[in-house]
Design a protein around this ligand. Sequence first.
Ligand code: 9YW
Length: 442
Amino acid sequence: MNFNHSAIESLRERSIVTLKKNWREGFTVPSANLYPFQWLWDSGFVSMGWSLIDKYKARLELETLFGAQWENGMIPHIIFHNDSPEKQYFPDAKFHGSEASDLSPKHVKTTGMTQPPVLGFVLEFLFENEIDKQKYLDFYRSAVKSVFRFHQYLYQNRDPKNEGLVYIRHNWESGTDNCAVWDSVWARYSAPTYDFVRKDTLHVDQSQRPTKKDYNYYMNLIELSRNCGYDEQKMYEILPFLIQDPLFNSILAKSNQCLSRLSNALDLPELSVQFDEWYAKTAHGINTKLFDDVLGQYTYFDLKNNVQISEPTAMGFAPLFAGIASEERANKMAELILSKHFLGENLDGYLCPSLGYSSSAFDPVRYWRGPIWPHINWLLAIGFKQYGFLEIAEKLRNDIIELSVKKGFYEYFSPIKSEEFKIGYGGEDFSWTAAILLLIME
Ligand code: 9YW
């Protein structure tokens, strides 16, 4: 599909309208009805989008996030700024019960978990786009220090074997909620059945969402964590879900690399040295522990059960984004993404399905079990481009543009090109879709 100048212009206009519509006082909601609060990694991507059209909002978005940072440095995954939309979303602030921890902020309610640490590369992007860098040095210095504390929290609390790989302790921390990789973790135990009314299915058809059974596991992990008072050591000892995730760790590595450069630019050399050390350590951990030679891709490690979990996923390409894969591994991954595992039997699908077609759990519309996600494409396009795979990068970028033009500003899209999947899926007028379009049309 060819995009002429006016098509691109109208897409840009629509992106701006969408972001403005989703702006609240000091932050952007991912989607007005489905997700009415502030989510960490959404805010990061959205802030980069804002920085191209309204730099004040870009900075404010992050400042609001930092305002909810926990005393131990954790930046939480959701900040419940406003009580009233709780009717629209479950599990609500009460269920998360972050006040069970002495370390949670008391002026605002948050969840007791985090999300992929995107803020490092986000901050560097914002700084590079500033016109008057001098004027905002204080903001950037303070922001870098906040993210430093966040990464320090991750390394001190989530890397028990000092491998440079931090673990996630809830599937929502991955950002990829119902990823098929967790199925083997759930299969090892049964979660109680919770009596609750789901709100997500009021807005989006049940067929596109995680199942009720999955939700019982999600709720159970929260309940167990809350009962530990969100004490990291206690949670480490009892939680059945401790995963070293290639996307989370690659994002952490990339952020460290960006923050090292940014710290130097801000005259914070001692922080830069630490970010470099963390980058090298995590790159090493990812390369020594997470690559699966048979699959030809990076994969996940279940720390609780001491076993690697291999599924073909879009997330398994993420080390390319952090520039930590060898040329040889990058070649293998380029081969894999262009194979039927990711393009479908006829090699004619859109890139990049969150779960490969060859997985038995593949489902083209069910959230993270097949569909394409705009921000993942953005990050993979950068990764493949860095290694010289320009056509793959171009396809990752163009497919998102084409899908948004044809289907709208949805949360995610089916990878299959067919009349059966003529619409987008999940929330509409989605903030990160708008922000990513602004970024890839730059
Ligand atoms: C949920 C807001 C969030 C994203 C996640 C996505 C979804 C929330 O929405 O999770 O309740 O399921 O999976 O990555 O941050 O857009």
